[in-house]
Design a protein around this ligand. Structure first.
Ligand code: DON
Length: 308
């Protein structure tokens, strides 16, 4: 093993030991199935640009993506429609608000960015059905290419959110009442809830983050998933908006484009260097994994990963 590989292996092991005992935070329970997660679960994975995989914990046990899906669907929308067209529907400014806030421009109803729920619902709705594939199948196919293997939907988590997701549904109707929702809210929400319920492992998330870091080419499969400029655009929006109302603090302390999800998944990309992912379901009030946040901060400091 090279010295660099040994340093990564040691760092992941040490972080796992150091933060496994951290018991702060709460399980997400507004989606009832997510409250069934194992609170002590803690998994870390890193994938380098040459496709080396490093992990600790059960990095191949699945969980649902939730908001970690948002940057990848945004990447698909940018690939299909281009930055200017997507920007007509979804802005790219930090909202400084919670993930489920009504972060819409007052005059137009255009969501502030594609990382908050309002913007992600519009982004999802921008993926048109084609004669060959409904919008959701295109999302599934694209996110599977990011992961480097075929993903599937956790039907129980999907059903759980479909029953309880009235706030998101309300956002979809509010957006449509102002204009910027290209499809029927019912159809948009079904696709959005399915995308959030896509099942991944911690290693899958590391591969997805690594693909963005690698200019859109999956370092495990060699497949170009999105063009290089799109990968850069997505990383820019993750850097400014990916952690919602904690985005500024995250960029200050950790210094990497990142995205959190309420199932406990968390990713960050080190451009041209690595994709990093953690899973641990106890969350802070912004919907970010507590152990994940601690591990990313410590790893960034230890390996000098801060981009600025
Ligand atoms: O739309 C929702 O509320 C969930 N499916 C996803 C939210 C989420 O993951 C927020 N991120 N930390």
């Amino acid at each position: 093993m090279s010295a660099a590989a040994e340093a990564v292996t040691d760092a992941l092991r040490e972080l796992h030991t150091r933060f496994a005992g951290l018991r702060d935070g709460q399980l997400a329970d507004y989606i009832p199935q997510l409250a069934l997660a194992e609170p002590d679960a803690f998994r870390l994975a890193l994938i380098s640009m040459d496709g080396h995989r490093y992990s600790t914990g059960d990095a191949d046990v699945p969980f649902t993506m939730q908001s970690v899906s948002k940057p990848f669907v945004y990447a698909l929308a940018l690939s299909v429609l281009g930055l200017d067209e997507v920007g007509r529907w979804v802005n790219a400014e930090p909202s400084g608000e919670a993930f489920n806030a009504i972060s819409l421009e007052p005059a137009t109803g255009r969501p502030d960015n594609a990382m908050v729920n309002a913007g992600a619902i519009v982004t999802t709705a921008l993926i048109p059905d084609t004669p060959d594939a409904p919008g959701f199948d295109r999302i599934l196919d694209c996110l599977s290419r990011f992961a480097g293997r075929q993903l599937d939907v956790d039907e129980q988590v999907y059903a759980s959110e479909a029953v309880t997701g009235d706030r998101n549904r309300a956002l979809a109707y509010l957006i449509r009442s102002a204009g910027p929702l290209p499809v029927d809210p019912v159809a948009a929400m079904e696709t959005y809830f399915r995308q959030c319920a896509l099942r991944v492992t911690t290693l899958d998330l590391a591969a997805m983050a690594a693909t963005l870091a690698h200019g859109g080419v999956n370092p495990l499969t060699g497949v170009e998933v999105v063009p290089e400029p799109v990968a850069a655009q997505v990383l820019a929006v993750m850097a400014t908006c990916g952690m919602y109302d904690a985005s500024g603090d995250w960029l200050l302390r950790v210094g990497l484009p990142a995205k959190s999800g309420v199932s406990g998944g968390l990713i960050a990309s080190g451009p041209a260097r690595f994709g990093l992912a953690t899973y641990s379901p106890l969350l802070d009030p912004t919907g970010t994994s507590v152990r994940g946040r601690a591990a990313f901060g410590a790893l960034s400091e230890r390996l000098g990963l801060h981009l600025m």
